[in-house]
Design a protein. Structure first.
Length: 319
């Protein structure tokens, strides 16, 4: 009992020393029941009647190579989060100016800028959205709907200001900012809770130790056909070329964890069967599709009849 007393006293002292407002805020935020309702968005099957036709429409857009640009493959991560900064920043700035005198013109410019900037942000977001799993599609639909409502409110706000109905314009602007904030919160849930956007193959480098690791008898992997193997917790794609060279990639696609070993191999690349991301077998580089990150690529060798692999950056100085 006595050994615990100092710790308890220290904790009590620390609690008392913190401002009352801070403690009240922490206590209140801890009880906000937001995670549950946001989680339930992904289970709303009623949204599927709108999800399917919209998804098909976006996938059929004749974007060509622009689709990969909108995904952010050239950037190394999704482009959409970067594009949304301008409309949200412009609208938030307009909201601040609306509370100050003599800022009517500046507020109108910012609102108009936000409206124009929301167009490429919406296009990039919809292209990413169309390549997701069903729960993510449902949540993303609500996210997009909220942003569409916000855009409509800001358009109405700008129209009201043009007719010199300043008070109405400001109220519509504040309403738009509120809805846009809700949409951003849902977007955050989509990105971080439902893991839309992060590189799903990033943990591989932390799960594989240094050095060479056996994954199976070399002749158990068929020539000219993608097959799977396991290296501890890491699933592998193994492809033996007719030349005798064996290519090995992490099996779970960096986009949405699709099984590459079940995909098609052509022209030295493997295409994910889920959303069509394509990776070079020689180095794992993502050459097409929604994936914005390359696939971990393993060095391989055959020793005493067994296929052994290692990550290049995990190789020791000496074998």
């Amino acid at each position: 009992m006595s050994s615990d007393a100092p710790s308890s006293e220290a904790e009590s002292y620390e609690t008392l020393e913190r401002p009352r407002a801070v403690r009240a805020a922490e206590h209140g935020l801890a009880k906000l029941p937001l995670a549950g309702p946001l989680d339930r968005l992904g289970t709303l099957r009623a949204l599927d009647t709108a999800v399917s036709p919209l998804q098909n429409a976006v996938q059929k857009l004749p974007l060509g190579g622009l689709r990969d640009v909108l995904h952010g493959r050239w950037l190394g991560h999704p482009l959409h989060p970067a594009l949304v900064q301008l409309p949200l920043g412009a609208w938030m700035s307009a909201g601040v100016l609306d509370m100050l005198p003599g800022t009517r013109r500046a507020s109108r410019v910012l609102i108009g800028t936000g409206i124009l900037a929301s167009i490429p942000a919406a296009v990039s977001g919809s292209v990413d959205w169309a390549e997701l799993h069903k729960p993510q599609l449902r949540t993303g639909l609500v996210h997009g709907a909220a942003n569409t409502v916000a855009l409509g409110l800001y358009a109405a706000s700008l129209a009201a200001r043009a007719r010199r109905r300043e008070y109405r314009g400001r109220m519509l602007g504040f309403a738009g900012l509120t809805v846009a904030g809700a949409g951003a919160m849902i977007g955050g849930h989509l990105a971080y809770r439902q893991a839309v956007g992060p590189n799903k193959a990033e943990p591989v480098q932390h799960l594989v130790g240094k050095g060479w690791h056996p994954v199976g008898k070399a002749d158990s992997f068929p020539v000219g056909q993608a097959s799977s193997a396991a290296l501890g917790e890491v699933a592998l794609l193994v492809y033996r070329e007719p030349s005798g060279q064996t290519r090995v990639l992490a099996d779970r696609c960096s986009h949405q964890s699709g099984p590459l070993s079940q995909g098609s191999v052509a022209d030295g690349c493997v295409t994910c069967p889920w959303h069509g991301s394509t990776f070079r077998l020689t180095d794992g580089w993502n050459v097409g599709g929604p994936a914005t990150a390359p696939q971990p690529c393993f060095e391989s060798r055959v020793r005493e009849g067994f296929l052994e692999v290692r990550l290049p950056d995990a190789a020791p100085d000496e074998d």
